[in-house]
Design a protein around this ligand. Structure first.
Ligand SMILES: Cc1ncc(COP(=O)(O)O)c(C=O)c1O
Length: 316
């Protein structure tokens, strides 16, 4: 079957510039949408579509593109500063964007102690892409969104003029950027499921879905605190709540980056069945959650569900 399986393409023209002025990077938008024949869904009368956001761009993958593109346009050539841990995919994507667009980038990395050690592969790639790494202690890092801490941090990194993107890339512009995902899917799926970290992608997706369609988020972190964060992001991006969305907190498998043999076996099997490389920190959990919900009869017969493939196993 071709990538789009004949179902891709929005029904209506894009309301906003779909590539946020970054057409030079040749993003594949709308991202491909294809049907996946899977008897675990079919036996409950449910049709499964895979929304291949992992194919938007070879380096700015999935929700990284959707969230970064509007911010890169807003940066308008200024130095971009953002935050992340030592293995942050968001830092990797920002560094790659800097190289591709000729933008200077600064990565504020959690953990002063890392400054004295050899860089791990992830940070080495950021540095090779031209990102200047600025290590800070964990307590400062925790307080990075407080205005005074941020101002001091920008001073100490010698970049007070920088365009600042928050950790994970989820700000109002990013959320608004993700509405395009809902617009692309609105004419094709009744329910759209995806994995959530900060919830920024879900907040935007829900805002872009037409009435009668709903978004279902599978948090990969343990804690059950995400709903309030999503409401706050929608308030910031849209001035109030948008769209029909809900979270199912049962599929974090112990928390961020945690897994179990059951989840690993499920992801291996899904790869084999559908020829889809399954990213393990986020995507595997969302697909597992979706399959469980179908088995529980959570979707009426005749429902079409789309699973958003937000990442690729090789990171970013
Ligand atoms: C592959 C992948 N999927 C989903 C997410 C969750 O995105 P969000 O933080 O917008 O909820 C991330 C986080 O960056 C991710 O890397």
């Amino acid at each position: 079957m071709s990538d789009n399986g004949g179902v891709t393409g929005p029904d209506t023209p894009e309301a906003v510039d779909p590539d946020f002025g970054l057409g030079v990077l040749r993003p594949r938008l709308p991202s491909p949408l294809r049907e996946a024949a899977d008897e675990r869904f079919a036996r409950h009368g449910v049709r499964l579509l895979l929304k291949r956001d992992d194919l938007i761009h070879p380096e700015l993958i999935g929700n990284k593109w959707r969230k970064l593109a509007p911010n890169l346009r807003a940066a308008a050539g200024r130095r971009v500063l953002t935050f992340g841990g030592a293995y942050s995919n968001h830092l990797l994507a920002t560094a790659a964007a800097g190289r591709l667009l000729g933008l200077p980038t600064v990565g504020v990395v959690r953990g002063q102690e890392l400054a004295d050690r050899p860089l791990n592969a992830s940070l080495a790639r950021c540095a090779a892409d031209g990102m200047r790494l600025h290590f800070v202690d964990r307590s400062t890092y925790r307080r990075k969104s407080e205005p005074q801490t941020l101002a001091a941090l920008l001073r100490s990194a010698a970049c007070e003029d920088a365009y600042v993107i928050p950790e994970g890339g989820s700000n109002a512009l990013a959320v608004r950027g993700c509405t395009a995902l809902g617009e692309e899917l609105g004419g094709h799926a009744d329910v759209v499921a995806l994995a959530c970290g900060t919830g920024g992608t879900l907040a935007g997706l829900a805002g872009g879905l037409p009435p009668g369609r709903r978004a279902l988020g599978i948090p990969v972190l343990k804690g059950g605190f995400l709903g309030a964060g999503i409401r706050a992001l929608q308030e910031e991006a849209f001035g109030g709540p948008r769209g029909d969305w809900s979270l199912d907190d049962r599929f974090h498998f112990g928390g961020y980056a945690r897994t179990t043999p059951v989840l690993d076996a499920f992801a291996d099997d899904f790869e084999q069945r559908h020829g889809l490389p399954v990213e393990r920190l986020y995507v595997a959990k969302s697909l597992y959650g979706l399959m469980t919900l179908a088995a529980e009869g959570a979707f009426p017969r005749g429902t079409t569900v789309a699973a958003v493939i937000t990442g690729r196993p090789d990171g970013t």
